[in-house]
Design a protein around this ligand. Structure first.
Ligand code: SF4
Ligand code: SF4
Length: 349
């Protein structure tokens, strides 16, 4: 059997919420007792800048990895991908509390139609949302299950490996911030960091994260944002080029994206923060409603204007970078969300 160890990274919550710290500590203490795991703790994932030791540590990990963080798994996974910490999406089996009842998704899930990531090494990254449960044992059990799954996968690969093929870790590629998706390999030596270095608290950040399993590279976000956040990489793919140019608290471009591929992990509306799309409470829902519905573009333009004016620039309203597609869209038949809203309206509360 393969003896490669599984790396588990626990990303702390922002602030000093005692309940959150207690959960983090219980999970870390239990995982440290598990065989075959390398456990590390870093600050809040979203806040790690390119030079932060926690980020350099994450970049140095070359095998399968589990990341426990206080955000939706989809947001955590694509946030890491943007920073060159790439892998295949590992499905975790922790069910959020709201989905443990009788709700079952009807029909087949939509097949991904986005452009996907590039230069993805043969390793898997599993992201678990620490907001799902406050019982540490649920996370420990899931990490054990993932460790067994990774071992089996490695073993199966080992049996079918072509002689002379490089081992999995040598296939990993980790492009840095200034060179996304170019596929240039970096040396595989893994630097050592102290816990103190890893846990230096970074300043809070705010920027969009693109889900490339949904993004079709239409460039509407690039046209809409007037703050130079988006750019195009060497492969002519959209990417979040200047993360810190984004305006704190503003989620405007997520409303403009026709594929709902843009996430802001700290935003209050779950769909914008990276909630699983297409499976919300078991209801078949027109996702655009969760991003502002028929008024999404108007709301986005207002949010953008607010930031332009705060910067001392002219508001542009609906005159710049607004896609035409939704302007004259006829109202469709009511869907489950409409019916739910109607039912709530009918309740005299
Ligand atoms: S608007 Fe959405 S789908 Fe289009 S390029 Fe931007 S992220 Fe991708
Ligand atoms: S939220 Fe606003 S500032 Fe940030 S990327 Fe989107 S449009 Fe640009």
């Amino acid at each position: 059997m393969s003896r490669q160890r599984l790396t588990v990274v626990l990303s702390q919550a922002q602030g000093k919420n005692p309940a959150r710290r207690a959960l983090e500590e219980s999970i870390a203490a239990a995982l440290l007792m598990e065989p075959g795991l390398d456990v590390s703790i870093v600050p809040y994932l979203y806040d790690l800048g390119p030079e932060h030791t926690g980020r350099l540590f994450l970049e140095s990990i070359q095998g399968d990895m589990v990341v426990l963080a206080w955000m939706y798994p989809r947001a955590a996974f694509w946030l890491l991908d943007r920073d060159g910490i790439k892998g295949h999406y590992g499905e975790n089996q922790i069910t959020p509390p709201a989905e443990t009842d009788e709700h079952e998704e009807d029909g087949e899930p939509e097949p991904p139609k986005g452009i996907g990531s590039v230069d993805v090494p043969q390793r898997w990254i599993y992201c678990l949302d620490l907001r799902d449960h406050n019982n540490y044992a649920i996370y420990v059990q899931e990490v054990r299950r993932i460790a067994a799954e990774c071992r089996e996968r490695r073993e199966a690969r080992r049996k079918t490996a072509v002689p002379g093929e490089p081992p999995m870790v040598q296939l990993g590629r980790y492009p840095r911030e200034d060179g996304p998706a170019t596929g240039e390999a970096t040396p595989s030596a893994r630097p050592q960091f102290t816990a103190e270095q890893l846990l230096q608290q970074p300043a809070r950040r705010w920027y969009p994260v693109i889900d490339y399993s949904r993004c079709t590279n239409c460039m509407e976000c690039l046209d809409f944002c007037l703050f130079g956040v988006y750019g195009v990489d060497k492969l002519d793919r959209i990417f979040v080029e200047n993360q810190d140019n984004c305006k704190r608290g503003c989620p405007a471009c997520s409303r403009v994206c026709p594929e709902h591929a843009i996430m802001f992990p700290d935003y209050k509306t779950p769909a914008i923060a990276g909630a699983p799309v297409g499976n919300i409470g078991g209801l078949k829902i027109d996702l655009s409603k969760l991003f502002g519905g028929d008024d999404a573009l108007k709301i986005a333009a207002q949010e953008r204007d607010r930031e332009l004016v705060a910067d001392g620039r002219q508001a542009v309203g609906m005159t710049v970078g607004i896609p035409k597609r939704q302007a004259d869209k006829p109202k469709g038949p009511k869907d489950d969300l409409d019916k739910l809203m109607d039912a709530l309206d009918a309740l005299d509360i």
